[in-house]
Design a protein around this ligand. Structure first.
Ligand code: ARG
Length: 407
């Protein structure tokens, strides 16, 4: 029986020639799955053109799955709960889409009675890790194939290979950037960006070009941690994200330039544009300042770092990540309210107000004016006992730096 493989298909050069290459070299049958995670925002060609290319390359079939709501409601929402930014910066754009794609690959593998799934990643990146670890978490019996790790072709070889097999591609031998895109933003690598000292060129950016010079002021409303409305208009999360990308991206907000640590031990310089992701995480985190109890808030900050690392490392489907999701979900019960934000070109954002029916901010306790309800006398004994250990230490052993340095 011929082995059947379900390939995560993007329509790009690598996954297109992967279809033909696996058929020729490994004698397999290939079914392509194109998962729409919102990468079509600026698409220069239609999904049906991409589908036609898969068939021209020799695929038995090319299934298209619209996973935009799934990406938003499950993957982006959980990332918002965790204020997820890998190494304090990167909002996990590609790392969030891989498990969505994996889930559909596995589903289609079952439907087509395939023995393996495949991806077009090289051996140097994080995405191979995410595809493979993710697949094994959902389907330990499926084999994962990585043709691009085996074929040893340069980009020029790949273009020749496509021409030889009459696969209609748009790519040319001089591709400059490697770009991955979805609802949560765009990740840009290669070309001039590979020199960490060189300022990133303007040209690969698409959603953060400044086209709006007047400041944009808006209010984002959250319900138990989930963004539900902009300026009072209730929107499905996928639509809300897409609309924010447009509105605030137009002020130039949302760019990141970073040197990051890949899972595979390589440091790489990458740039990102992710206006909605950065705006929503900033707003959400601000609303948590108002609504989370102190100890929960501090512990959550520690676990957020871990959550982002796990997801970056391809552990979306893993016991620790699931346990952390349960913690995050519990903390979100009262993260409900509104956040006011102002975006001004080029790329500046300020949060100027927040309110919540569940706010722990108590004006009577906080104010210094006549409305003060705080009992000042209670502090006397509290502070004495709080500082007792230090006072005892000072009396018996003394502080090393008690005397100011002489001029
Ligand atoms: N470095 C990012 C990550 O590992 C983005 C990788 C996206 N790939 C690309 N071809 N630009 O999540």
């Amino acid at each position: 029986m011929t082995k059947r493989v379900v390939l995560a298909y993007s329509g790009g050069l690598d996954t297109s020639i992967a279809v033909r290459w696996m058929i020729e070299e490994w004698g397999v049958e290939v079914v392509c799955v194109l998962v729409n995670v919102g990468q079509d925002a600026e698409a220069s060609e239609s999904l049906s053109d991409i589908q036609a290319r898969a068939l021209a390359a020799g695929a038995l079939e090319c299934v298209i799955v619209d996973a935009r709501d799934e990406m938003a409601n499950e993957f982006c929402a959980n990332a918002i709960f965790a204020n997820a930014r890998y190494e304090g910066k990167y909002p996990l754009v590609s790392a969030l889409s891989r498990p969505v794609i994996v889930r559909h690959l596995v589903e289609q593998a079952r439907k087509f009675s395939a023995q393996a799934v495949a991806h077009g990643c090289t051996g140097k990146g994080n995405d191979q890790v995410r595809f493979e670890v993710g697949t094994h978490a959902l389907a330990p019996d499926l084999e994962v194939l990585a043709p691009a790790r085996n074929w040893g072709m340069t980009r020029a070889d790949s273009v020749d290979y496509a021409r030889k097999w009459n696969i209609p591609i748009q790519a040319t031998k001089e591709k400059i950037y490697s770009i991955d895109e979805n609802l949560w933003g765009r990740a840009i690598e290669c070309g001039a960006i590979e020199d960490p000292w060189a300022a990133p060129p303007e040209e690969p950016y698409t959603i953060t070009r400044v086209t709006q010079s007047e400041p944009v002021e808006l209010t984002v409303s959250f319900l138990s941690g989930v963004p539900v409305a902009i300026d009072g208009e209730t929107l499905p999360l996928a639509t809300l994200i897409a609309s924010l990308n447009e509105r605030v991206g137009a002020t130039g907000f949302g760019r990141l330039d970073m040197v990051e640590n890949r899972r595979v031990g390589i440091k790489s310089r990458e740039v990102y544009e992710c206006p909605a992701a950065l705006a929503l995480i900033a707003a959400h985190s601000d609303l948590e300042d108002l609504t989370l109890e102190r100890e929960v808030h501090h512990e959550k900050a520690r676990l957020e770092t871990r959550w982002a690392e796990l997801v970056y490392d391809g552990m979306w489907f893993s016991p620790l990540k699931e346990a952390l999701d349960a913690f995050m979900a519990e903390t979100q019960r009262h993260v409900t309210g509104d956040v006011r934000m102002v975006f001004s070109a080029p790329g500046l954002m300020r949060i100027v107000g927040r309110r919540s029916p569940a706010a722990l901010y108590d004006h009577g306790l906080a104010t210094y004016d006549a409305a003060d309800t705080f009992r000042h006398a209670d502090s006397e004994g509290y502070v004495k006992i709080y500082g007792l250990g230090v006072k005892t230490w000072a009396a018996r052993q003394g502080a090393k730096n008690a005397t100011p340095p002489r001029a």
